[in-house]
Design a protein around this ligand. Structure first.
Ligand code: C2E
Ligand code: MG
Ligand code: MG
Ligand code: MG
Length: 282
């Protein structure tokens, strides 16, 4: 079939693993270039306080469009960045963009930025975040860092100390994707997070699965007892929003509330909140 087509054949017969390594290497090279050119952009996804209906926060999500590779998913390029050390530069650029945007804002909202556990391995990370906040004249309490549970897997003592220093500075700390790690509960004892974000794999099931509803309810009650706010991730329909309201969840984030949007779209949304999807649908 591929006879006489050397190029096509060469690609077709690369074993899967080599092919993956090859494409990872391509992604790494392209990402390095993208960081040099400051091509990584941010999308913003609002978070709505369920009882009041107010938008109380927004999560910055990295986006990368490469001319050859197309739109590369953050899950993939963040992983490659972690493996290659590029995460430190990526994280800094994300933070700088987020602070730039915060500095331009007139509204009182928290901006959440995801940070990789690998970034917490950088001895200079706390100073870097401090300096960036100063540089853009952003009050620390406007910034929230979202970390996943595996942050505590490696050098957990070092990571916890850095998180504590950031918290002492006034920065908020949220535990992302709660419930997906292997010892989620243990982490709650080890650090006073400001917020817990319930992973969307639980939120997705609350409409159809009573057990998922029970678990989410228990997480909400526990968070309240620990004086932490709760965000439900991946709220995709009115039914789940209603259930979350009944369960006493504080904040909702997801396609049903708002999808991630550009800075421009987000600013327009803030000016005309009446056009939100939730308002139209319920
Ligand atoms: P995350 O922090 O849990 O972010 C939420 C993800 O869920 C985002 O995916 C968002 O687009 C998606 N999402 C939002 N609402 C819904 C919904 O209703 N349904 C569904 N199915 N999905 C929804 P995204 O943007 O592809 O990011 C994936 C992950 O990549 C993030 O998960 C985060 O862990 C990581 N990431 C993204 N940006 C950054 C960054 O700047 N730095 C670092 N270190 N990681 C990042
Ligand atoms: Mg997040
Ligand atoms: Mg999450
Ligand atoms: Mg995630």
């Amino acid at each position: 079939q591929a006879k006489g087509n050397g190029r096509g054949r060469a690609i077709r017969f690369i074993p899967a693993m080599a092919e993956r390594a090859h494409s990872r290497h391509r992604i790494e090279q392209a990402l390095r270039l993208a960081l040099q050119k400051h091509d990584i952009t941010l999308m913003y996804q609002p978070q709505r306080h369920i009882q009041s209906g107010h938008l109380v926060g927004v999560e910055a999500l990295a986006r990368w469009f490469d001319p050859q590779l197309g739109q590369v998913s953050p899950a993939l390029f963040v992983e490659v960045a972690e493996e290659t050390g590029l995460i430190h530069e990526l994280g800094l650029q994300v933070l700088q963009q987020a602070c730039q945007y915060l500095a331009d804002w007139k509204v009182d909202m928290t901006l959440s930025v995801n940070i990789s556990p690998v970034q917490l391995g950088n001895p200079a990370i706390v100073a870097q975040i401090h300096d960036t906040l100063m540089q853009y004249d952003v009050p620390p309490h406007r910034l929230e860092l979202e970390i996943t549970e595996n942050v505590l897997l490696g050098d957990s003592q070092g990571a916890l100390e850095k998180l504590q220093q950031l918290r002492d500075m006034g920065v908020k700390i949220a535990l992302d994707d709660f419930g997906t790690g292997y010892s989620s509960l243990a982490y709650l004892r080890r650090f006073p997070f400001d917020k817990i974000k319930i992973d969307r794999s639980f939120v997705r099931e609350i409409v159809n699965e009573p057990s998922a509803r029970t678990i989410v309810g228990a997480i909400i009650d526990m968070a309240r007892a620990l004086d932490m706010d709760v965000v439900a991730e991946g709220v995709e329909n009115t039914e789940s929003l209603h259930i979350l309201r009944e369960l006493g969840c504080d904040i909702a984030q997801g396609f049903h509330i708002f999808p991630p949007m550009t800075a421009q779209e987000f600013s327009r949304t803030l000016v005309r909140p009446v056009l939100s999807r939730t308002d139209r649908n319920s």
